[in-house]
Design a protein around this ligand. Sequence first.
Ligand code: ZN
Length: 277
Amino acid sequence: MFYDCRTGTVLGTGHRRRGSPSLYVLDTLRLPHISAHVSSAASSSSPSTSSFAKWHHRLGHLCGSRLSNLINKGCLGPTSIESSFHCKGCKLGKQIQLPYSISDSHAAKPFDLIHSDVWGPAPFVTKGGHKYYVIFIDDYSRYTWIYFMKHHSQLCSIYQSFVRMVHTISTPIKVLRSDSGGEYLSTAFRQFLLPEGTLAQLSCPGAHAQNGVVERKHRHLIETARTLLISSFVPSHFWGEAVTTVVYLINRQPSSKLSGQCPGEVLYGTPPSYDHL
Ligand SMILES: [Zn+2]
């Protein structure tokens, strides 16, 4: 059990992990509600200061610099930039890790190169019974698609659905880059790639850095989903809904890789709307 040092309020409980003398697993977490933070900020500063916090949460805990970029471009209406803004959810949900090496891939047009990887198993099964997800990332636009899976064996049929979607907006995929996971090496999967004219580029076993684009994306998705769950007091088995939300949002967030444009803007040619968030 742990407490707020100032108020003595119980913030959460946990139990010691079996076989580990000092590692505890968090069972419950109850942080002071965000509205308290927002209202206190609003009372001590201008009303627009709270809007910065609101947009930070609406956009999936978007980092300050990229949020400021959107505000400066006028995408979010009249909002003041708060350079000293701190988010408790981000501090708890996001961790510092050495970055993977920057990818040297630069596709000339959409769907020339697709990055893909399977993540899981998750520590919790979703309501739909899923323990894994697979992502596909278009190298040109950095647009991300996510599909949930109960078993690795579902990858082939999911990829076929993805390719059918790609056919409606583009020419066939030229290169599919992935790790050497068994699901990408199956006979059925390779036999599907051949008539499509898609080249399978496989990274070396264990060399995750060679698949840096999807590895960075996994980290971004999981950390941001964890931050959403923690800051919204939502149980962990809703991780699937949280990751889906994050994918929806990051396709609408400006990216430094795209000179400040959003993935959806680059792929579909129209800037995103934020009015519905
Ligand atoms: Zn945050």
